[in-house]
Design a protein around this ligand. Structure first.
Ligand SMILES: Cc1ncc(COP(=O)(O)O)c(C=O)c1O
Length: 379
């Protein structure tokens, strides 16, 4: 098998955290989505151990047969309350959440309007739906409105779908304008808030809270693999819609329920977020701190509006070399290259977390600067 171009997959020799052990050395972790540092939080670990004692491990079945445990329902109630939605349904992952929503709400004869930079799981979900998918230019509301106008209401449904936070650049979807367009053109709106949950809005309640759009977004899709530090997908919206998805969405009908450890850990995570916004505040403080430190050293951090910090290198090979040179200096930050981002905009995407200290980030910025100067990217 040809393996040229495969990424180096690094192997962690211990838990996720601000620092991770790889190849026998501790490395500053600047590439996980563990935004709030909950992946190895003591409170979360204890909750999982207790739940294992009480409930065991596996769900034994899909949700609609024998796999719905009281724990699943408790998590769904708490997530709905956290998001300010009438109801929520959990599935196995964020990827599955998109597969649960898009092909269930749309099909042949319907039209989906999808942002050009939407996540791969949305793209696959659109394909699976067999609806006509119209890509609009990234975050371009004029282009979205043009597309909606061109595909005027007919007999079919129309769904606009967008990432909430775009993970490669860290920019936020213009959701209020998308909702206005949907209302003007009689379309549904779904937002995938994978990188907004635990990050945007009051105490990390997500993009709908951030823009105060409660009741005007039909479906919120999300994941518990990032800020929650665990695994699992979530769909939130009106109770009738969630009930419909529960009985119709194929990932819910044909793939087994989330495991007990996942559900228990997610319960602990949502309770921590409900009680206290200090981790979310720390995350934003760290994001600003690292951006300032990198910009002060002459790096281009593009137009991120969130703690996601892209450091633009440009050339694909140079970005990979940059990442390798960082790794030699005990900084773990992967290169993101074409086709994930447009050719010529290859970058190192630095992901901060609430678990980092300022001195961790100083170390990271210094190592970026050392490599940047050596490679002639900064002076
Ligand atoms: C926007 C978006 N949606 C969905 C996913 C998939 O989430 P999960 O890892 O829970 O399957 C991701 C993760 O990369 C994402 O960024």
């Amino acid at each position: 098998m040809e393996n040229e171009g495969y990424a180096d997959i690094r192997v962690l020799e211990g838990p996720q955290g601000a620092w991770v052990r790889i190849d026998g050395r501790d490395r500053l972790n600047l590439c996980s989505n563990n935004y709030l540092g909950l992946a190895n939080d003591q409170r979360v670990r204890e909750r999982v151990v207790d739940a294992l004692e009480e409930w065991g491990v596996g769900p034994g079945a899909v949700r609609t047969i024998a796999g719905t445990m009281g724990l699943h329902l408790e998590l769904e109630r708490k997530l709905a309350k956290f998001k300010g939605a009438e109801a929520a349904m959990v599935v196995q992952s964020g990827f599955c959440a998109n597969l649960a929503v898009v092909p269930t709400l749309t099909g042949e004869g319907d039209v989906i309007f999808s942002d050009a930079l939407n996540h791969a799981s949305i793209i696959d979900a659109c394909r699976l739906s067999r609806a006509k998918t119209v890509r609009y230019a990234h975050s371009d509301i004029t282009d979205l409105r043009r597309a909606l106008d061109e595909h005027a209401p007919g007999s079919g449904r129309r769904l606009i779908i967008t990432d909430g936070v775009f993970s490669m650049d860290g920019d936020i979807a213009k959701l209020p304008y998308i909702v206005e367009a949907a209302e003007d053109f009689d379309a549904m709106v779904a937002v995938d808030d994978a990188h907004g949950e635990g990050v945007l809005g009051r105490g990390g309640r997500g993009i709908v809270n951030y823009f105060g759009l409660h009741g005007r977004v039909d479906v919120e899709v999300g994941t518990m693999s990032k800020a929650f530090g665990v695994m699992g997908g979530v769909v939130a919206g009106k109770a009738t819609l969630i009930e419909f998805l529960r009985h119709s969405a194929r990932p819910n009908l044909f793939s087994s329920a989330l495991t007990v450890p996942d559900v228990a850990a997610n319960l602990a995570a949502v309770e921590i977020m409900e009680e206290d916004d200090s981790l979310v505040r720390k995350l934003w403080d760290n994001g600003d701190y690292l951006k300032d430190a990198l910009e002060a050293r002459g790096f281009d951090t593009a137009h991120s509006e969130t703690p996601i910090t892209p450091v633009i290198i440009g050339d694909e090979e140079a970005a990979k070399e940059f990442s390798r040179a960082l790794f030699e200096r005990d900084v773990f930050a992967t290169a993101i290259t074409f086709p994930t981002v447009p050719r010529g905009t290859a970058r190192i995407r630095a992901m901060v977390s609430a678990a980092h200290s300022h001195s961790d980030l100083d170390f990271g910025a210094n190592m970026f600067a050392e490599v940047g100067v050596t490679m002639g990217i900064i002076k």
